[in-house]
Write a new protein. Structure first.
Lengths: 419, 316
């Protein structure tokens, strides 16, 4: 008897479900994403804003956990069941989907002209001729500092390297605070918050990055070794036992008020705002000499693409054009302070710390992390090697020159720049 | 139908009876084992002979192995991982197993008080997840919040504390010792069980002959538990050369600092699945997996043919 009831129920649900599909008059777009954290923002702010303007299109945000996203998405593309809109990882992972014909070219999408070539670099073919994702958000590197500590010690915000180290010396001499909250245990902190944070000032941002890809500059050139020489000097200003200090340790040291300066990425802003009990400020990676042009790492992190086999291409394009619009940029960037819109139209941020970060775009030249485009395709992987070597330089395991040589040798072993 | 009938026909079939039931009963186990062990193993071995050239899977013979051992970068990381793995194993053999035997000997002392408590306490870490063990020890050894610098400070040894997990010279030893801490319950329990199975008469006879205390342990108990020690050694060997999880939770997939804790398992993981921007390479991953399989197979064979056959067994 139980089984008949079950059967009836199953029948009923399947009939109902198919009826539901048959009667749906609206077009439904499904968004694939790994940003499970953003579910509330999409459901409460972004989707209602879009649906209000585009009656007849319903949008569903369907995230998969970050660690499973790439594999799950690949399987869904193969099975033909992937959503209409796909959130893009930067660089090679999305490029591969484009090459396989899974995501469509967006070169002629209305609204794509709102983005600069640097912003689009993460989702363009190697020669830059075609673009396949709408840039959604980037993260900016810099330093976040404890304003109360700076006021107490009478330190002004440093703008040059000399001022930066003078400030560190002062904090160290006072002894109340650990000058710099950074550890080398997790390796990537040293590479991302260290090398990629201060590096663009030395290798002149895009100029150096593109020259490295072209093969006209090498990692052993003075401009590329110099950031390592500076990093090696950081060692004296890190906390006790920094070799075993993990990324969460560094975050906690700073938010608990035990450290004065935190080499940061802008994604920390929301967390720090909720945890830190003191006033915070941010400053640019210090330039070498007063008056030098400043460069910042404004790294593309998130984009949106259209499934090439989407059944609703028109609706999907409409949606992507909206993602490219200033309206989307405004809602998204303010809902997630620290993830900045890549749109050329400046967005006014309500969060002061985020506003400080984003204001640097107006006076500095943006670039992306040097290892991400093209250069991390082979084995050994340049990005992973950079993690290891950056930590080695700070730990004193390798000298800056040795580290640079190791990186360049690794790159030379597989990378042949196009002549 | 009479019973006599039944038994007669039964007898008639007996000679050429196919014992179908054997097959039927074996089948579930064979199917499951084939599906989850033999097929993946065969597929791994096959994959190690193929590589992707221009998007096509091509048979390359031993080409992948040539790359692994011939190209300096591959072979450097491979030999580094193998060396670290060997150190990892040696530390287990030198620390975990002798302490395991000693603890078992202490536990089997008949007049021991709170024996059940010690047994449970010693075995408890083995039941914990690797993630928990890794996290606990990272906290204990943390130079910032850890209890170890504080405790060492209390006894005036603060100067001897250093961020062990973060230094290339000490990270591997530290991780090995964490693993020893976690797994010590297994040799202890196995040896304890085999010590309990030593008959009372043997020990009484020894006592009558005046062999007591330490010499009783060396002369009577140790020879009797040698087969168990052999089994433990081989379990340690297989476990250590397959190890991955603790290193991954404590030191991350890059097994830092400077690759000093990289063992075969973490090298395989990074190669096969990729890491961060590094895209996974299934063929080379399978090649490393095959080499690991061969190393373990060789080790086990040496044990089975060279050691276990010569081991003397005592029957009571």
């Amino acid at each position: 008897m139980g089984s008949t009831t079950l059967k009836t129920l199953l029948m009923a649900t399947s009939v109902l479900a198919s009826a539901g599909f048959a009667h749906a008059a609206d077009t439904t777009l499904t968004i694939e994403s790994w940003r499970t954290d953003d579910l509330a923002i999409w459901q409460e702010k972004l989707i209602p804003a879009f649906e209000a303007k585009n009656p007849g299109i319903k949008v569903k945000f369907a995230p998969t956990p970050p660690t499973e996203y790439d594999a799950a998405l690949g399987a869904r593309f193969d099975a033909g069941s992937a959503g209409d809109i796909v959130t893009c990882r930067p660089f090679d992972k999305s490029l591969e989907q484009f090459k396989r014909g899974n995501i469509a070219s967006l070169k002629s999408l209305p609204g794509i002209e709102n983005f600069s070539p640097v912003a689009k670099a993460a989702w363009s073919t190697d020669d830059g001729s075609d673009t396949f994702c709408v840039p959604m958000a980037s993260v900016i590197h810099g330093f976040i500092y404890n304003k109360d500590a700076f006021d107490k010690l009478g330190i002004t915000v440093p703008t040059t390297e000399a001022e930066f180290f003078a400030a560190l010396d002062k904090i160290k001499k006072d002894g109340t605070y650990i000058p710099l909250a950074m550890g080398t245990k997790d390796l990537w902190e040293a590479a991302t918050m260290g090398y990629q944070n201060i590096g663009p000032n030395y290798w002149k941002g895009e100029e150096g990055r593109l020259a490295l890809i072209k093969g006209t500059q090498k990692l052993t050139d003075a401009d590329w070794v110099a950031p390592y020489k500076t990093l090696a000097k950081w060692k004296d200003y890190l906390g006790d036992g920094f070799e075993a200090q993990t990324y969460p340790d560094s975050q906690n040291l700073f938010t608990l008020g035990r450290a004065a300066i935190y080499p940061a990425g802008s994604w920390e802003i929301s967390l720090f705002n909720t945890q830190a009990q003191f006033k915070m400020g941010a400053f640019l990676p210090p330039v070498q000499k007063a008056g030098d042009t400043c460069y910042i790492s404004d790294h593309a992190d998130l984009g949106a693409a259209m499934n090439a086999k989407s059944k609703n291409p028109e609706a999907a394009k409409k949606f992507l054009s909206w993602v490219a619009s200033p309206e989307f940029a405004d809602i998204y960037a303010n809902a997630l302070p620290g993830f900045f819109s890549l749109s050329s139209t400046p967005v006014k941020m309500k969060d002061p710390l985020a506003q400080e970060f984003v204001s640097w775009r107006e006076k500095c030249k943006p670039t992306i992390r040097s290892t991400y485009q093209i250069l991390s395709r082979g084995k050994p992987n340049l990005e992973n090697e950079t993690w290891v070597e950056s930590a080695n330089v700070i730990n004193g395991t390798d000298t800056p020159d040795v580290a640079a040589k190791k990186l360049q040798d690794g790159l030379d072993s597989w990378y042949k720049p196009a002549k | 139908m009479s019973t006599a009938d039944y038994s007669q026909s039964d007898k008639g079939q007996d000679k050429r009876a196919r014992r179908w039931h054997i097959l039927v009963f074996l089948l579930p186990a064979v199917i499951v084992y084939t599906a989850i062990m033999i097929l993946p193993l065969a597929e791994t071995l096959r994959l190690s002979l193929f590589n992707v050239v221009d998007g096509q899977s091509v048979f390359v013979g031993f080409g992948n192995f040539q790359t692994l051992f011939g190209e300096p970068r591959w072979s450097d990381s491979f030999w580094n991982a193998l060396r670290n793995n060997f150190v990892f194993f040696v530390i287990h053999m030198l620390v975990q197993n002798p302490i395991g035997v000693a603890l078992a000997a202490l536990l089997s002392v008949p007049k021991l008080r709170f024996g059940a408590f010690y047994r449970t306490a010693l075995f408890l870490p083995t039941l914990l997840s690797f993630v928990i063990v890794g996290f606990i020890w990272k906290l204990i050894l943390s130079p910032i919040w850890g209890v170890s610098p504080y405790l060492m400070d209390l006894v005036g040894l603060k100067s001897m504390f250093s961020p062990w997990l973060g230094k290339p010279s000490s990270a591997l030893i530290t991780v090995s010792l964490i693993s020893v801490w976690q797994n010590i319950g297994i040799p202890t329990m196995l040896i304890y069980a085999s010590m309990l199975s030593i008959p009372e008469e043997v020990l009484e006879a020894a006592e009558c002959d005046g062999i007591t205390g330490w010499s009783q342990f060396w002369k009577i108990k140790l020879p009797l538990i040698l087969p168990s020690i052999g089994i433990i050694s081989i379990l340690t060997f297989v476990g250590n050369f397959n190890a991955f999880d603790l290193i991954y939770t404590v030191q991350g997939a890059l097994a830092g600092p400077d690759g000093s804790t990289d063992i075969l398992g973490t090298l395989l993981y990074r190669t096969f699945f990729g890491f961060q921007l590094q895209i996974g390479d299934k063929s080379m991953g399978a090649t490393i997996a095959t080499v690991m399989f061969l190393i373990i197979l060789t080790g086990v064979c040496i044990y089975l043919f060279a050691i276990q056959r010569r081991m003397r067994r005592y029957q009571f």
